[in-house]
Design a protein around this ligand. Structure first.
Ligand code: ADP
Ligand code: MG
Length: 688
């Protein structure tokens, strides 16, 4: 359709600029982006199958003449055509279609159709085959047809032509020195790219589609190498920053805190503390992840680090992802440090303006040495002029940019703060080696003495009466219970409403017990009051949403009931279960589920039932979800791998790491060219 006053060429331009946003979304800007836009799979259009020889379930190509075509109007309109060759007839069915497709299928047209064959009511059919008109006797393609990843509105044919142009125009130089290619027996890049875009006629289509073909090895290796190189670069850039050295002071605050604690550190806690101490004493910023399963005692180690910064005359900040967790840290840390003369400032989003001003002023003038809070800490207007150490709990829940801002904010101008991140989410080795290779990691691999592993029970919702009886019995023995509401995805408001309903229901079912309610939409003061009453034992059963997922620590709570457990992710279930089993009493976690379970839900519940080991759970989570989701796209802070698979290609990740060292040291120009080619502008992201 040509609009009045607009020329055809203007319309074409219109279309191209309309596309540029979609192309950018596919990461397609430069010629190299197109060269590295590799096929998702391949289709074999080199053969024709006679219609009578078609077999259901198999992909095939047929050629014939359209003998009928109509739009059926029973229910949803469908475009249905009959195609005939010398041997028989086949139905082509389109459930979604454009009017132009109806023209293409006009009776009398000669077509080739490619698709999966299905046994239909009226003989064999293909649903949504790819069709194109042909002349009688037209030659068949001599090679497999690449099918490219694309997005709505960008046709395969256009992508194919554009990639063709890039293959023609770009001289594909190799960034890998010959000795690296030789050492790992890698084909030249030129051959790999041409071969993957234009597989040779005899190539194994399945091996190509499944990324098993040797040509793919080169691509995966290059991708992993680019990732390793940019991580090295980020590390190098950081090593050039300076930080305030924080050596131990004689009879300093950290030593006094250690002496005042009501318990002795475990061996693992002592070990990680000495690793952190060593980092803090250096003039380069620490960049360390402190990993330890739920309940392993990370907070006290963080408090020791804060005390070290304070004894050297500086400030520290401790940030947590939720208000409930931040507040709990504040209480606990204040309880430890205030008796030793430290002023701790509390900063949350919804403080009264007067209190907030007071806290901000105390931090600005330096009378408060420690700031504890939520995101409010990194918001404008909060200055920490003597900040030497930033501690971030459960940092993987923060966006990358927020982390960056915390590191840039405050400090002595030139000096970057030391950074300590705490996480209960164990990171599988392959991930640690790649996405997080930029971090040093300390692990607390031992629980405080006297802990007993939580017992997990899977109970169908139909048997919830038994669970209520168990709650009554536990409360009668002086214990407390969490009752976690089902996950509601729509919105926080909907979730809050659902939680309130559950609270009413639970109160009605357990009229003799003191039931409390906690969800994200409550006013902060009410959340705090409820949490305090639960901690003080004035609430028997706390009905809550996942706001209690991280960090909440009430050792007397020994029963955790999770409603509709099948809706939760594995990591979430592990975190929730970690809220109990914090004292010496045997704790129980009841997973209430609604049958029937999906396959994925069954696998998750099986995993959480079978093990309480956070590492094993993380490994299974990674298996079930893949690294992208495991870290969360936003949280990964790195573009995800497109071709390599960290689990399957772990050996290649190792090889790439070795090669990265070699390249960075002996071929720095090639290393830069390699990263530029693979990551382009995205390379910068990895530096976080
Ligand atoms: P997490 O690693 O999950 O953040 P916390 O720091 O909340 O764990 O510690 C869990 C509980 O264990 C807290 O009540 C804490 O005071 C206690 N705790 C920490 N270290 C020890 C220890 N060495 N001995 C006994 N109890 C400890
Ligand atoms: Mg914690």
């Amino acid at each position: 359709m040509i609009r009045a006053g607009v020329t055809v060429s203007e319309q074409v331009k219109d279309k191209a600029s309309g596309w540029s946003a979609r192309l950018a979304k596919l990461g397609l800007r430069s010629d190299w982006d197109y060269l590295l836009h590799l096929p998702l799979r391949y289709e074999d259009e080199t053969q024709l199958t006679p219609i009578t020889r078609l077999r259901p379930g198999v992909d095939a190509q047929v050629e014939g003449e359209v003998i009928a075509c109509e739009v059926t109007r029973r229910g949803r309109p469908q475009l249905v055509a009959r195609l005939a060759d010398a041997s028989g007839e086949l139905t082509l069915r389109f459930i979604h279609f454009y009017p132009s497709q109806q023209k293409q299928l006009h009776p009398g047209r000669r077509l080739r159709a490619y698709g999966q064959v299905r046994g239909g009511l009226l003989g064999v059919e293909m649903i949504h085959p790819r069709v194109h008109p042909v002349e009688a006797g037209e030659a068949l393609p001599q090679q497999l047809t690449p099918i490219y990843p694309t997005t709505a509105g960008i046709p395969q044919a256009w992508l194919r032509k554009r990639i063709e142009r890039a293959l023609r125009d770009v001289r594909i130089t190799d960034t890998l020195p010959p000795e690296v290619c030789a050492r790992w027996k890698l084909p030249p890049l030129d051959a790999a790219l041409h071969g993957l875009h234009h597989p040779p006629p005899d190539a194994d289509a399945a091996a190509l589609s499944e990324h098993r073909h040797p040509l793919w090895t080169r691509i995966k290796f290059d991708e992993l190498l680019a990732q390793q190189l940019s991580l090295r670069e980020a590390r190098r850039a950081r090593a050039q920053q300076t930080a305030l050295p924080l050596p131990a002071q004689h009879a300093g605050l950290s030593a006094r805190l250690l002496a005042a604690l009501p318990f002795k550190l475990t061996g693992a806690q002592r070990r990680v503390w000495s690793e952190i101490e060593a980092d803090l004493a250096a003039a380069q910023p620490m960049h360390r992840l402190l990993q330890g399963d739920v309940g392993s005692g990370k907070t006290v180690v963080a408090a020791l680090a804060a005390a070290r910064a304070i004894e050297c005359g500086y400030q520290a900040a401790l940030m947590a992802p939720t208000e409930i967790l931040a507040e709990q840290h504040f209480r606990r840390v204040a309880q430890w440090l205030e008796p030793l003369g430290v002023q701790v400032a509390w900063l949350a989003g919804k403080l009264k303006p007067k209190d907030k001003r007071a806290a901000v002023a105390a931090l600005a003038e330096g009378s408060a040495q420690l700031a504890v809070g939520t995101h409010a800490l990194i918001q404008e207007g909060v200055a920490l002029p003597r900040l030497a150490l930033a501690i971030v709990d459960e940092q993987h829940r923060f966006g990358v940019l927020q982390r960056l801002r915390l590191r840039e904010g405050g400090g002595d101008g030139a000096a970057a703060p030391h950074l300590l991140m705490l996480s209960a989410t164990p990171i599988p080795r392959t991930l640690a080696m790649t996405y997080l290779a930029d971090l040093d990691v300390s692990v607390i691999d031992e629980l405080p003495p006297g802990r007993r592993p939580v017992r997990t029970k899977l109970i169908a919702n139909a048997r919830r009466e038994e669970v209520l009886a168990r709650v009554r019995a536990d409360v009668a023995r002086g214990r407390q219970c969490y009752w976690v509401c089902p996950l509601v995805e729509e919105s926080d408001e909907v979730e809050a409403t659902a939680a309130t309903q559950m609270f009413e229901g639970t109160r009605a079912a357990l009229p003799e017990l003191r039931v409390g309610l906690l969800h994200g939409q409550l006013p902060p003061a009410e959340k705090t009051a409820t949490m305090q009453r639960f901690a003080a034992g004035e609430i028997d059963v706390l009905v809550a949403t996942t706001v209690i997922e991280v960090g909440v620590d009430v050792p007397n709570a020994t029963l955790m009931v999770i409603e509709h457990a099948e809706r939760f992710g594995l990591a979430q279930l592990h975190q929730l279960r970690g809220r109990v089993g914090r004292g010496a009493e045997q704790s129980v976690c009841v997973l209430l589920y609604e049958a029937p379970l999906s396959e994925a839900a069954r696998e998750r519940l099986r995993a959480i039932y079978e093990t309480t080991d956070g590492f094993e759970i993380a490994r299974r989570d990674l298996q079930l979800r893949g690294p992208g989701e495991f870290l969360g796209q936003r949280q990964a802070g790195a573009p995800l791998l497109r071709f390599a698979d960290l689990e399957l290609d772990a050996a290649w990740a190792e090889a790439a790491r070795t090669a990265a060292v070699e390249l960075a040291e002996h071929h720095p120009a090639a290393a830069r060219a390699h990263v530029g080619r693979w990551l382009g502008a995205r390379g910068a992201l990895l530096a976080v």
